[in-house]
Ligand binder design. Sequence first.
Ligand SMILES: NC(=O)c1ccc[n+]([C@@H]2O[C@H](COP(=O)([O-])OP(=O)(O)OC[C@H]3O[C@@H](n4cnc5c(N)ncnc54)[C@H](O)[C@@H]3O)[C@@H](O)[C@H]2O)c1
Length: 255
Amino acid sequence: MNLQHQPFLVTGAASGLGAATAMALAQHGARVALLDRHAEALGRVATGCPTSTCTAVADITDARQVQQAIEQAVDHLGGLRGVVHCAGVAHAARIYGRQGPMPLEQFRQVVEVNLVGTFNLMRLTVPAMAQMEPLEDGERGVIVNTASCAAFEGQIGQVAYAASKAGVVGMTLPAARELARFGIRVVTIAPGTFETPMMENMPQQVRESLLQQIPFPPRFGQPEEFAQLALHVITNRMLNGCTLRLDGALRMGPK
Ligand SMILES: NC(=O)c1ccc[n+]([C@@H]2O[C@H](COP(=O)([O-])OP(=O)(O)OC[C@H]3O[C@@H](n4cnc5c(N)ncnc54)[C@H](O)[C@@H]3O)[C@@H](O)[C@H]2O)c1
């Protein structure tokens, strides 16, 4: 798919990987709608975009808010060709820590945002993409979801986060199989460790330990490197139904 003038929605667009992807899409001539729950930061990213964008403040777990945001984006952009879904939360807690068992609500909350939120985005964006005119090979749209290497090697304290991201990986193939009849692809990116506010908020000890575990290049990824892969996924039609690791060969240890 050629990105020029194509309409895209990016979630988590107020920060980190989503902001970098929105910027890269706009730089490549796509028309972009930015969605996040943080209005102020979202406005700042939109102002920095080289082409005109629309913004929607919505919580990805809220069916009504997301429906409204998509309607607004489709109206503004004249359709929807794809989604890069980056909104997500990290949470560290042990199943049984010093304070006792992990509160069930914490587990639910992480799964609600990272897994249920991803499904909510997919189910509500597919109808808009399915109505688009088919491009080459009958392609109508593409969904790029974001998991994490924790889906495969969750560390101690990452039970909720790893479960939520493994769910995103698990949805990828059945979603791609089901949506093939509309010409919509589904691909998941599983990042290792990237220099974003999410990573910056982790304790220094955790950051240093993770850094030491990355074989090459021995550094955290830059958000622009995630955006580069997201754009490649969008433009390469043969990528479908798979999860791509982007991690410098990182295989996270127990801690
Ligand atoms: N940074 C990393 O090292 C890394 C590694 C693996 C996976 N990931 C995943 O990549 C994605 C992006 O992470 P990031 O590092 O850019 O984080 P970030 O914290 O910089 O950005 C996440 C954005 O998502 C938004 N968001 C969170 N919950 C939301 C909700 N319910 N509704 C709407 N917006 C919401 C936040 O407001 C924020 O702007 C996340 O899914 C994260 O789990 C990040």
